[in-house]
Write a protein that binds this ligand. Structure first.
Ligand SMILES: Nc1ncnc2c1ncn2[C@@H]1O[C@H](COP(=O)(O)OP(=O)(O)OP(=O)(O)O)[C@@H](O)[C@H]1O
Ligand SMILES: [Mg+2]
Length: 276
């Protein structure tokens, strides 16, 4: 477990929790107060979505959890691998996988080498790294593309590679920052279903950022709606339905009802947002 504390002395119990943010604020060096105070507890194995207007601090929340940024005040606590770390896993952030909006693949390297990168940086021997990269690629349906180069892949396939690269270290927590935003709707639906299948199988904790009400309701057990900057929690809506979810959920009355509720919670955040 990794713990960072700043001004707060509040002790949050992490029992059963993957992530705990308490009284967190973030003010950037240029004086922009991006966040807070912000409180969020995510249970281990939970799938939550963060939804909110542009600039409300969603990516900031993910960066704080991933330790890519430090809070200005408050407490960020993250439960990391409690089992035995895998051989060679020496990266400080290896308990977290991060999928960015852009796939950010190295164009000169094969798909396999792109996926192996975190293991290479972590000192995992080449043969083991290649085997694990291939397994991660198989888990996202790209077993046959390990030797391809990024330029030979579609947008959806590149995003699958990015997901495989995030999974290759076997992280407990998967942070996904608008990963499917640039994809066409059919590809996005397919990746939504594949992501749910992966989540059911691997039981990772997923924190998923999206601008899409429909996507958030389809995927998540909880939708956390944020206010305009500085981001706070406007609503925390539990999505309860028959699992596993599939296309019949997408077309159900319950799905429409949840989408309406989430949209209603989101509306004030957009109206308080300043115009450009
Ligand atoms: N490194 C930085 N330095 C200064 N300001 C920043 C920095 N990163 C983000 N900000 C500001 O903090 C606020 C929140 O940014 P953040 O990227 O977290 O928003 P977001 O909710 O992810 O937005 P979007 O939906 O557009 O991706 C914004 O006003 C942004 O300009
Ligand atoms: Mg963002």
């Amino acid at each position: 477990m990794v713990e960072r504390r700043t001004s707060s002395t509040v002790e949050a119990s992490l029992t059963g929790l993957a992530v705990s943010l308490r009284g967190v604020t973030k003010t950037y060096d240029n004086g922009v107060m991006a966040l807070g105070p912000f409180d969020l507890a995510v249970r281990k194995g939970e799938f939550i979505s963060l939804l909110g207007p542009s600039g409300c601090g969603k990516s900031t929340v993910l960066r704080l959890i991933a330790e890519l940024s430090a809070p200005s005040s408050g407490t960020v606590r993250v439960a990391r691998h409690e089992g035995v770390p895998q051989p060679g896993q020496v990266l400080p952030g290896h308990g977290i996988g991060f999928v960015f909006q852009e796939p950010t693949l190295m164009p000169w390297a094969s798909v396999r080498e792109n996926v192996r990168l975190p293991l290479r940086l972590g000192g995992v021997p080449k043969a083991e790294g290649r085997a694990r990269a291939d397994a991660a690629l198989a888990s996202v349906g790209l077993a046959d593309f390990a030797d391809a180069f990024p330029r030979e892949l579609s947008g959806g396939m590149k995003m699958r590679v990015s997901l495989a690269r995030a999974l290759v270290t076997n992280p407990d927590i998967l942070l996904m920052d608008e990963p499917f935003a640039a994809l066409d709707e059919i590809t996005r639906f397919r990746l939504n279903n594949d992501l749910l299948a992966l989540w059911r199988r691997l039981r990772k904790t997923v924190i998923f950022v999206t601008h899409s009400v429909f996507e958030s309701v389809y995927l998540s057990q909880r939708v956390v709606v944020m206010t305009a900057r500085p981001g706070r929690i406007e609503a925390d809506i539990r999505i309860e339905t028959v699992e596993p979810r599939g296309e019949e959920f997408r077309t159900s009355a319950a799905y429409s009802d949840y989408c309406r509720r989430v949209s209603a919670a989101l509306a004030p955040s957009y109206s308080e947002q300043s115009t450009l």
